[in-house]
Design a binder for this molecule. Structure first.
Ligand SMILES: Cc1ncc(COP(=O)(O)O)c(C=O)c1O
Length: 446
């Protein structure tokens, strides 16, 4: 028996409401709460509690301190690093395991920190439930594994993230799932690709790396008419800028490694949707095991606490940088959602009314060599193959991303961080000046 202390003194258990809520307790209640803490400390020191003074050193080494945390209420949830949870009664375990969503029993079935992250992302996306996974790709593969079987068909955006495309092609192809890649900016092209076997339509709110938008409402209507679900990878926009469920999508997928986490220090994924779909994904994640650890879940939630100001700030900076690049003679093309005069202006206003996010892509005039030179010249913008953190980073899209002809491998994808726009522009300006000098050593001004 773990919870009873054997001497009739009551000790709070995990199931009871917590006694110590700061701010809303009267003095007596505060005293009682602090007495609870004293008792727990005493228990940790080997007096009342399930450890008794006479217990062997080895027993005390296995249990001493067990109860200390039970009667404190940190303002920020702690990291529950444990992989397994204890029950006084086997029936309590069965009830916790069978609950929907399950209460913590064992890490692969869910942990307090992952549940907290799931509730937060479901809330922000406006979904009923969410499932957290060990990476964005784990969120994507769990969605596919839960909802597709041999003989099924997926219609995916021809611009979707290269590893999503690879998973659909080389990964799921082996299991008899077929995928067609179409220009989902054209809802009619998407409709033509639907077959009676199509189960999912897969798009990104802002595509990586082409920065294209799709009319999500039009795609949702057409996908549903064809008997398919619309899944939207919302990694670039985040719910701070776009909530695809409000436009008719069925599932929203995130690489929380990027803007949700926001600090380049974790790897995680989340899928949000109706409770019935989430339950199927949760079961699949439980069986296939792409479990998210407590530490990364905790970090992701900490990142989400500053998501709104980060996305507002980074959108403003990215637009300023995009405008600068757009007017620069050493830049052949700029792709940023909502760049005034851009071909998707109207869609950007509907989908992203509060800003276009932190991602932009541009082609350096002069080809790959010129782009390489720029990346070596800039002082504040390291080359780093990820995105969505506090510092600005640059990367090349994969070779086969199908960029516009004439880009000559010179497309650079920028993930704008929290630096001042002025400093980023000064840095890019001096880098582009070096590119211009190299292209024109005779010194004719570019
Ligand atoms: C749009 C998008 N979705 C999903 C992923 C995969 O995320 P992760 O690297 O966390 O597995 C990425 C990674 O870059 C991405 O850019």
């Amino acid at each position: 028996m773990i919870a009873g202390n054997g001497n009739g003194t009551h000790r709070p258990t995990a199931r009871e409401p917590h006694p110590a809520g700061p701010g809303n307790l009267d003095r007596d209640a505060r005293d009682r709460a602090s007495n609870g803490y004293e008792r727990a400390l005493a228990a940790a020191n080997g007096s009342p509690g399930h450890i008794r003074p006479g217990d062997d050193f080895r027993t005390r080494a296995a249990h001493a301190g067990d109860d200390t945390a039970a009667s404190v209420r940190p303002l920020t949830a702690p990291i529950y690093q444990g992989s397994v949870y204890a029950f006084d009664d086997p029936d309590d375990f069965a009830a916790a395991h069978g609950a929907d969503p399950p209460r913590p029993t064992y890490s692969r079935a869910g942990l307090p920190n992952t549940s907290q992250l799931e509730r937060a992302v479901a809330d922000l996306e406006g979904g009923e439930d969410a499932v957290a996974t060990a990476s964005g790709m784990a969120a994507i593969s769990t969605t596919f594994l839960a909802l597709l079987g041999a003989g099924d068909h997926v219609v995916a955006s021809s611009d979707c993230y290269s590893d999503t495309a690879a998973l659909l092609g080389e990964g799921l192809g082996r299991f008899g799932v077929e995928a067609s890649f179409v220009n989902t900016c054209d809802p009619e092209a998407m409709t033509r690709a639907l077959t009676p076997r199509t189960r999912l339509v897969w798009v990104e709110t802002i595509s990586n790396p082409a920065m294209k938008l799709c009319d999500l409402a039009a795609l949702a209507t057409r996908a549903h008419r064809g008997g398919a679900l619309l899944c939207v990878d919302n990694t670039f926009a985040t719910p701070a800028l776009c909530r695809p469920l409000e436009h008719g999508a069925d599932l929203v997928i995130h690489s929380a490694t990027k803007f949700l986490g926001g600090h380049h220090d974790l790897t995680a994924g989340v899928v949000v949707g109706r409770a019935e779909l989430a339950a199927r994904l949760r079961r699949c994640a439980y069986l296939f095991g792409p479990t998210l650890g407590a530490m990364d879940a905790w970090l992701a939630l900490r990142g989400i606490r500053t998501l709104a100001p980060r996305m507002a700030w980074t959108s403003e900076t990215a637009l300023t940088v995009a405008r600068f690049l757009d007017g620069h003679p050493m830049v052949a093309a700029v792709r940023y959602p909502g760049l005034p005069g851009g071909w998707q202006d109207d869609l950007a206003r509907t989908l992203l009314p509060d800003g276009g996010g932190g991602m932009l892509a541009f082609d350096v005039a002069g080809g790959r060599e010129a782009a390489d030179r720029l990346l070596r010249e800039v002082r504040l913008i390291p080359f780093a193959p990820s995105l969505g953190g506090t510092s600005t980073t640059a990367a090349y899209p994969p070779h086969d991303w199908g960029g516009p002809s004439g880009s000559d491998g010179a497309t650079i994808r920028l993930s704008i961080g929290l630096e001042a726009a002025r400093d980023l522009i000064t840095d890019l300006d001096q880098g582009l000046a070096a590119v211009a000098r190299a292209a024109n050593p005779a010194g004719v001004s570019a």
